[in-house]
Design a protein around this ligand. Structure first.
Ligand code: 5AD
Ligand code: SF4
Length: 433
């Protein structure tokens, strides 16, 4: 029996899919190369913006054909869209046999049995169940042998007015320190060098269990064999001095942080309920620079939030100029059902969003060109993650930039020093030192 999983959305979703793969393999399934040869297809969905929603339905239309060749084949939908739409999804797409929410992935084995017996297997929960931690007991199928995602918390306690995540993933639940450390130790014994701690708001880890995120960083760093630590996503409000200090003190923590600012205007930040001003965000950036020498930044921005004026938007551009992010992920505001921003007055016309977006991209392109140039001639530490065409090594710097260089398979999984020969916005050609 073979499975095929199509994953949309964030790294958390990709890690969930790695866990689902682990469960399926425990049940005796193997991964199919493409969906045509699968006995079960799962779509792990995202609903953060309207676009990923639409993609799910177009994929379902395609996957429907599987049942013509293989009438016993099962089609499942899980993740955030499943959670948000519930039964409405199966009504819209009767081809779906299995549906579960992000709260109860661990129930997949039972759901498959039900579906095989000919029932629609739907398990959408309103709240996370008490036994959701059972998920951690399953082995995980890793997509990358050297860098591993480790989910350390689920859900989010913030109330950003544009965001569906508190609805689809629930309130914050931190995973216990013991459970995380055990997973990291197991990963290291499997050859993993870099751990990437994941959470919707990872900097708030521990707040619900009387702990602080910096403790997690120190404890993970104590594990022999962990060479690098990264984490995503940080929230500026929870990023305090304790975290900045830990990042600076712990050599294993990479000098990079993804810290979404979303908007540069204080008025818009307030409407978004982000809990900080532009000035406060910039103070966090200065604090990080002070504690973590050479730190680089990436961010998320929303363009065209309700009532955003030209002046508000210029504050966003100003933020890009001031911080000079290495990477900016920018999104046109997409009204999500059941969020406060959905029904706010003053929705910005799509045409205006598109124009602002293209100005933002143009500015960031210039900044990235300059940032890239500043790397040329420098020495960087790189973890070699993969190889292409037998001799092109691919890796990442501590500051989260992709590099490539010549070399052989024996270099895979090694942390090496390289010299940057030529640097482009998204890649750097290097030489081993
Ligand atoms: N519209 C546009 N972008 C959004 N994001 C979250 N919700 C929305 C929305 N409704 C963006 C934010 C977040 C990233 C993952 O997606 O920038 O940080
Ligand atoms: Fe998409 Fe957010 Fe769900 Fe991740 S948590 S899959 S970004 S909706």
């Amino acid at each position: 029996m073979k499975y095929y999983i199509k994953t949309f959305g964030c790294q958390m979703n990709f890690n969930d899919s790695e866990r689902i793969k682990g469960m399926l393999q425990t049940l005796g399934y193997q991964e199919a190369k493409d969906w045509q040869e699968a006995d079960i297809i799962l779509i792990n969905t995202c609903t953060i913006r309207e676009k990923p929603d639409q993609k799910v339905f177009s994929h379902l239309g395609e996957y429907k054909k599987l049942k013509e060749q293989n009438p016993k084949a099962l089609i499942g939908v899980c993740g955030c869209l499943a959670q948000r739409m519930g039964f409405e999804l199966i009504q819209k797409s009767p081809v779906v046999d299995i549906m579960f929410s992000s709260f109860n992935m661990h129930q997949l084995p039972e759901l498959i049995q039900q579906a095989q017996a000919g029932y629609k297997a739907v398990a959408i929960l309103e709240n996370p169940p008490d036994d959701e931690d059972k998920l951690w007991d399953y082995p995980t199928v890793r997509d990358n042998p050297y860098c591993a995602y480790v989910t350390v918390m689920k859900g989010c306690d913030k109330n950003c007015t544009y965001c569906v995540v508190p609805k689809t993933r629930g309130r914050q639940r931190s995973r216990s320190l013991e459970s995380i450390l055990k997973e990291v130790r197991d990963l290291v014994s499997d050859g993993v060098k870099e751990v990437h701690l994941l959470g919707q708001n990872v900097t708030a880890w521990g707040k619900d269990i009387g702990k602080h995120f910096s403790e997690l960083l120190y404890r993970v760093a104590e594990i022999d064999g962990v060479e690098r630590i990264r984490f995503t996503t940080g929230h500026p409000k929870d990023l305090d001095e304790g975290i900045a200090k830990a990042m600076g003190e712990i050599k294993k923590v990479c000098e990079h942080i993804h810290l979404p600012f979303q908007a540069g205007s204080d008025r818009i930040l307030k409407l978004m309920d982000r809990g900080y001003t532009k000035e406060e965000y910039l103070e966090k950036i200065s604090m990080l620079k002070e504690y973590v020498k050479g730190i680089t930044f990436s961010t998320d921005v929303i363009v065209g939030f309700p009532t955003e004026t030209e002046e508000d938007f210029e504050e966003t551009l100003d933020m890009l100029k001031k911080v000079r992010f290495e990477q900016v992920f920018s999104f046109k505001f997409s009204p999500r059902p059941d969020t406060p921003a959905y029904s706010m007055e003053g929705q910005v016309p799509d045409q205006v969003k598109t124009q602002r977006m293209s100005r933002l991209l143009q500015l960031q392109k210039e900044i990235m060109g300059e940032v890239a140039k500043s790397y040329e001639g420098t020495i960087q530490e790189v973890l070699i993650e993969s190889i292409e065409h037998g001799n092109k090594l691919i890796g990442r710097t501590r500051t989260n930039r992709w590099v490539s260089m010549e070399g052989g398979v024996e270099m895979l999984g090694k942390v090496v020093k390289v010299k940057v020969i030529r640097s482009y916005p998204f890649n750097m050609e290097c030489e081993l030192v």
